[in-house]
Design a binder for this molecule. Structure first.
Ligand SMILES: [Zn+2]
Length: 285
């Protein structure tokens, strides 16, 4: 005899209810389940907005970061609770198929996750027109080490990779502690990070909304303005760039994941954030 059956056979009701008590309990129980269903419907309605769709591009024509598989995994995982579905372009063939003017229509944004060099886009002009029509561009680390000869792309992004020194710990100054990318508890007014830190060229603080920067050279510590992360709006297109993301250990850190998650959500229009360009108040003090 199974344990379950023996328990059932041994069951004796402990209390007896009158008919009116039974009806009252039934009504109460039904009311509770109706309320529960109502709450579930409300919750599902709040989450009913279909997820955004992003295309994560990890094709490289120059240096290939060994953090790319982790970058793909992290962005995909963050999307599960972050409000987006993730597709990938890992090969030239993927780019040829998924980045035509027509194929891009099914995406809400694109992530250049440690891309390098001249990617074989089928139609560069159509790509930028698609972005300016109201799509999201998320550039990570060597996204600025991509398309060096394509000024329109670099201008849209807001900066171009120049060089880097040895990996180093730096203190990032948080220029916008209210922004989704830099407002979580992992980010205070400053945060120390250890990574390969880029120096950029073609960067104009008047053309971007600064999120993170250094006030001294990462390696030789010469005072100055060294951008780390920013947003831009061009047309209706929204750019989030972070130069952090070289090391695999950066990708697996919670402070970096909340940074990337918030940046992607802002670029996709899922969260609001100040996008006023120009020198931050802390720079003009
Ligand atoms: Zn790197």
């Amino acid at each position: 005899m199974s344990l379950q059956l023996s328990l059932l056979q041994g069951y004796k009701p402990l209390m007896h209810f009158s008919r009116s008590q039974t009806v009252a309990r039934l009504v109460t129980t039904c009311a509770f389940f109706i309320f529960l269903t109502y709450c579930l419907v409300l919750t599902s309605t709040a989450n009913a907005r279909p997820p955004k769709r992003i295309l994560v591009v990890t094709v490289t024509k120059g240096f290939r970061h060994d953090s790319i598989p982790m970058a793909e995994a992290v962005i995909g995982a963050l999307g599960l609770g972050g409000g987006w579905e993730t597709d990938f372009a890992r090969t030239d063939e993927d780019i040829a198929q998924k980045m035509t003017a027509d194929a891009l229509k099914k995406y809400d944004g694109v992530v250049f996750a440690n891309t390098t060099g001249d990617l074989p886009l089928p139609d560069r002009a159509a790509f930028l027109a698609w972005l300016r029509s109201g799509k999201a561009f998320i550039g990570v680390h060597s996204a600025t080490d991509t398309f060096h000869g394509w000024q329109e792309y670099l201008s849209f992004l807001g900066g171009e990779f120049l060089t880097h020194g040895p990996q180093v710990e730096v203190s990032c100054i948080n220029d916008d502690p209210t922004h989704p990318a830099t407002r979580e508890k992992e980010w205070g007014l400053t945060r120390n990070v250890y990574d390969e830190i880029y120096q950029l060229k073609g960067f104009d603080p008047a053309r971007v909304h600064s999120l993170l920067r250094l006030d001294k050279h990462p390696n030789n510590k010469t005072p100055g303005n060294y951008p780390i992360s920013w947003t831009r709006v061009e047309g209706k297109g929204r750019v989030f760039y972070t130069s952090l993301g070289h090391r695999q250990e950066v990708w697996t850190s919670s402070w970096y994941q909340v940074h990337v998650r918030g940046g992607i959500r802002w670029a996709l229009g899922l969260e609001k954030g100040n996008d006023t360009p120009g020198l931050s108040p802390s720079l003009t003090r």
